[in-house]
Ligand binder design. Structure first.
Ligand SMILES: NC(=O)c1ccc[n+]([C@@H]2O[C@H](COP(=O)([O-])OP(=O)(O)OC[C@H]3O[C@@H](n4cnc5c(N)ncnc54)[C@H](OP(=O)(O)O)[C@@H]3O)[C@@H](O)[C@H]2O)c1
Length: 294
């Protein structure tokens, strides 16, 4: 039973749709919408209340790029949380490579920093009861059609991961989509390490798959945004089979990830090899990152 759920980045796209689907489950008594913008959060809450007929939504304001704001937000959480969906993230756009006070660039801070701090603070305060779902992407094992190569670390050392997080790993050639794959990989590895550290909790990694109807394409470089919006999504992907799906389907992966016993702690689930939709499978059945040397 997951009665109390927190979702980061819950005012739009997959986060908001996940909140809607979870609210419709009888067992759900409380959903915390963790958002950075009060106005957008209030609008999402109102819309969710109208769509679900339930008044179980609360708002916590925090910016996942800003460690101080996330710690403050975590302090404001009362009562236990059964499950948390670490959804805030994305490719970010023009400012992806910009360094933040944490030492991570914006891309890494958005996808990792605040999500990690939130979980650590909730564990420290003994408020986290059952499950943590990290949102990853098929970009990690690679998406050939979009020119994203599979992640392949040279050493998997701490220094190499630190270079991914501050962006120096990519030298002068910062390609946000390729860097996104490495950042999601780092987040995935953190989640799997937490599964080993806290065996009493479920730590699962899920990619929503290639999902229509989110704000995500807006942050891509203009030529890619155009190709994706007007060529790939409406024409090419539907012709290929299991390459794209609706918002409801992507969010259902998160709902299943935390609720369904078939999805196990310590596993990264995403689409089958070469696919971006359809059945979710354990990625290690066809793709493994480089072996760590330390
Ligand atoms: N859509 C896909 O096909 C796809 C595929 C693979 C993985 N994903 C992953 O799925 C997750 C959700 O993506 P989406 O497609 O639903 O994107 P989206 O529509 O852009 O939603 C992202 C959410 O994250 C929030 N967010 C961004 N930066 C934040 C910050 N610094 N602090 C707090 N909240 C922040 C956004 O808030 P604002 O409205 O304030 O910006 C928004 O609520 C992301 O982690 C993304 O990487 C998506």
């Amino acid at each position: 039973m997951k009665e109390s759920i927190l979702i980061t980045g819950a005012n739009a796209g997959l986060g908001k749709e996940t909140a809607r689907q979870l609210a419709l489950k009888n067992e759900t008594k409380r959903i915390i919408l963790f958002c950075r913008n009060r106005v957008k959060a209030e609008a999402a809450k109102e819309d969710l209340e109208e769509k679900t007929g339930k008044k179980i939504f609360e708002i916590i304001i925090g910016d996942v790029v800003d460690a101080i704001s996330v710690r403050k937000a975590a302090e404001g959480i009362n009562g236990h949380i059964d499950a948390i969906v670490l959804n805030a993230g994305g490719v970010i756009g023009k400012t992806a490579a910009k360094l933040t006070p944490s030492g991570m660039n914006q891309l890494a801070a958005t996808n990792i920093l605040g999500n990690v701090i939130l979980v650590e603070e909730l564990i420290k305060r003994d408020l986290l009861r059952k499950a943590v779902l990290s949102v990853s992407a098929e970009a990690v094992p690679g998406v050939k059609m979009l020119g994203v190569k599979p992640v392949s670390m040279r050493t998997s050392s701490v220094d190499e991961f630190a270079a991914v997080l501050d962006g120096s790993y990519f030298g002068n050639k910062f390609d946000a989509l390729q860097a996104y794959a490495y950042v999601k990989y780092a987040e995935t590895m953190w989640t799997l390490s937490m599964a080993r550290k806290y065996p009493q909790l479920k730590f699962v990694v899920v990619s929503p798959g290639n999902t229509k109807g989110t704000q995500a394409p807006n942050s891509l470089p203009p030529p890619m945004r155009f190709m994706l919006k007007y060529v790939m999504m409406p024409i090419v992907f539907p012709l290929m089979g299991e390459m794209v799906h609706e918002l409801e389907v992507g969010a259902k992966r998160f709902v299943d990830g935390i609720s369904d016993e078939r999805y196990k702690s310590g596993v990264f689930y995403a689409s089958k090899e070469g696919k971006l939709s359809g059945e979710m499978v354990d990625q290690s059945t066809f793709w493994l990152p480089a072996v760590s040397s330390g």
